[in-house]
Design a protein around this ligand. Structure first.
Ligand code: L5W
Ligand code: ZN
Ligand code: CA
Ligand code: CA
Length: 547
């Protein structure tokens, strides 16, 4: 290989000034040149950033090195190549002699005794002690960058607490509960929750951090072997991943309208589940099927090959997929973690009852009928309907608007309005599943409530005892006010104002006038009292006759 080095240099000279600048990249570094001068190399891999060898094979020594002590001499003699202070930085962790007579000396690198994560280094000698190979990822710059930084300010106990917080699971909630997750059959079947922590130097994108490497292992609410690197100087999370990879899977399927959807699923014991553990929540998003009509919660929706393509699975696919979309909406737009803002499991059951033309939140979970095929297709097939249902759960846990009269109509309206915010491509509600045989219609419209039999002004308020005081009728009035607001100020401001009013100002007995005040106050908080935005909200409610 000396020859190849010579060729590279000669080629550079031969091209003279005509050598393209990119050619410089293949010029050997000083350490590479040294390797070719001192060793007979058959295979080599280099870490370009640190200019250190990740793999060298051939004949690396001319004399034998037959003990760990002697191997250190080899490393010292080649310090210009490996760039490591063997005595200070390397700790022997294993020696093996194999049936070919080769001996393999395995080391880890450390800084002031703190191991550098992922920096194992192995020296391989033949039966005569000739060094035939070295490999592993040494970090020559770790010592210079970290030698004054190996004292932790955060304790291991604090790091473990921060790690639990990061994954959004409380240790006490990892105690298995019977019949709640596909993998969990009973408490005795599963190992206890394990917490571990050790101090390591961790490299990420070329920067070094002193971290507590925290390992959190549990089986409920999902199988996990988390590795979480907590910065030992400030408690920030440097990196984290779940090493249990055989649980969470990615499947696909077709929705009610026949569209392709990628699905977050779960594999266990030869079966795939609509069970999404990918969200940063303590619970999961899970989807079930009602087996005997109206019994809840039903059984897990399952599939044998993670291709959810049967027409009988379409309602399951959409309920699962859209619940994830709505979770993401609340998390990404409002920082809300699930309906309870505490990461609760979002459960849906589909195929409820028989030809059932409705969907509802029952206080614990979502429930969707299949529709009769004329009035409705399976109701989970509409994202705005799924958002409507999950918003009922959000409302229950925040404003708590009681489901009758004006507070009830506001409750309905909030569900429709967030149905729009989640799926803002039209002002219609339920158009994707309503009357599959008729195109262009919907269940309701925010922009034109009277087109669907709803009032859009207080003059037309319907006084009735039906439907808890006409909650699905009079919602047309606040719906129209929302439409006028969104049209005037845009969705981005409107959704902030509505979320703030719902979660901070509205109460269980708020009426339309109280809603106007709550929204105005939210607009004032966010955009200023008397601002154009504030005035637009006032205007919208004036136009529907609410003062
Ligand atoms: C869609 C059909 C009726 C919306 N709930 C509703 O209060 C509906 C449930 C599913 O208005
Ligand atoms: Zn509703
Ligand atoms: Ca819609
Ligand atoms: Ca229709």
């Amino acid at each position: 290989m000396k020859k190849r080095a010579a060729f590279v240099l000669a080629a550079g000279l031969a091209f003279g000034t005509l050598v393209p600048s990119s050619y410089a990249a293949v010029q050997p570094s000083k350490a590479q040149q040294l390797v070719h001068e001192k060793m007979n190399i058959l295979q080599e891999q280099w870490n370009k950033k640190t200019d250190s060898p990740e793999f060298l094979a051939g004949t690396l020594s001319t004399k034998p090195f037959k003990s760990e002590k002697e191997i250190r001499e080899f490393l010292k003699a080649n310090k210009d190549i490996y760039k490591i202070n063997a005595d200070e930085e390397l700790t022997l962790i294993d020696t093996q002699t194999d049936n070919l007579g080769m001996t393999h000396y395995k080391y880890t690198q450390s800084v002031n005794g703190v191991p550098v994560e992922g920096s194992e280094f192995i020296v391989h000698t033949d039966k005569d002690g000739i060094v035939k190979a070295t490999n592993g990822k040494l970090r020559p710059d770790a010592s210079t960058k970290m030698k004054d930084k190996t004292t932790a300010k955060i304790t291991s106990k604090e790091a473990i607490e921060l790690a639990w917080k990061h994954i959004g699971v409380a240790k006490k909630d990892t105690e298995p509960k019977t019949d709640t997750a596909p993998l969990v059959k009973g408490k005795s079947d599963v190992p206890d929750t394990v917490e571990k922590s050790k101090l390591v130097v961790y490299e990420k994108n070329g920067a070094y951090y002193l971290t507590h490497k925290v390992e959190l292992q549990f089986i409920y609410p999902y199988p996990a072997n988390w590795k979480i690197y907590v910065d030992a100087s400030n408690g920030q999370i440097v990196d984290a991943y779940n090493a249990v990879a055989d649980g969470a899977t990615s499947g696909y399927g077709y929705g009610v309208l026949g569209d392709y959807k990628a699905l977050n699923t779960y594999y266990s014991n030869g079966t795939y589940y609509l069970y999404d553990v990918t969200k940063p929540m303590s619970g999961v998003i899970e989807t079930r099927t009602a087996q005997n009509g109206s019994s809840l919660p039903g059984v897990y929706s399952v599939d044998s090959n993670n291709a959810w393509t049967a027409s009988s699975q379409a309602a399951d696919v959409d309920a699962h997929y859209y619940a994830g979309v709505v979770y993401d909406y609340y998390k990404n737009t409002h920082g809300r973690n699930s309906f309870d803002n505490n990461g609760a499991t979002i459960r849906s059951t589909v195929h409820y009852s028989y030809q059932y033309n409705n969907a509802f939140w029952n206080g614990t979970q979502m429930v969707y009928g299949d529709g009769d095929g004329r009035t409705f297709a399976p109701l989970s097939g509409a994202l705005d309907v799924v958002a409507h249902e999950i918003t009922h759960a959000v409302t229950e846990r925040t404003a708590g608007l009681e489901y009758r009269d004006q507070p009830g109509a506001l409750n309905e309206s909030m569900s429709d309005v967030f149905g729009y915010f989640v799926e803002p491509n039209d002002y219609l509600i339920g158009e994707d599943v309503y009357t599959p045989g008729v195109s262009g219609d919907a269940l309701r419209s925010l922009s034109n409530p009277p087109a669907y039999g709803q009032p859009a002004h207080m003059n037309n308020y319907v006084y009735t005892t039906d439907d808890n005081g006409g909650v699905h009728t009079n919602s047309g009035i606040p719906n129209k006010a929302a439409y006028l607001t969104i049209s005037a100020i845009g969705k981005a401001q409107a959704e902030k104002i509505y979320y703030r009013a719902l979660t901070l100002y509205l109460t269980s007995t708020s009426n339309f006038s109280n809603a106007r005040a709550a929204l105005l106050q939210s607009a004032a908080d966010l955009y200023g009292y008397g601002s154009a935005t504030y005035n637009a909200v006032a205007n919208a409610w004036n136009q529907v006759g609410v003062y």
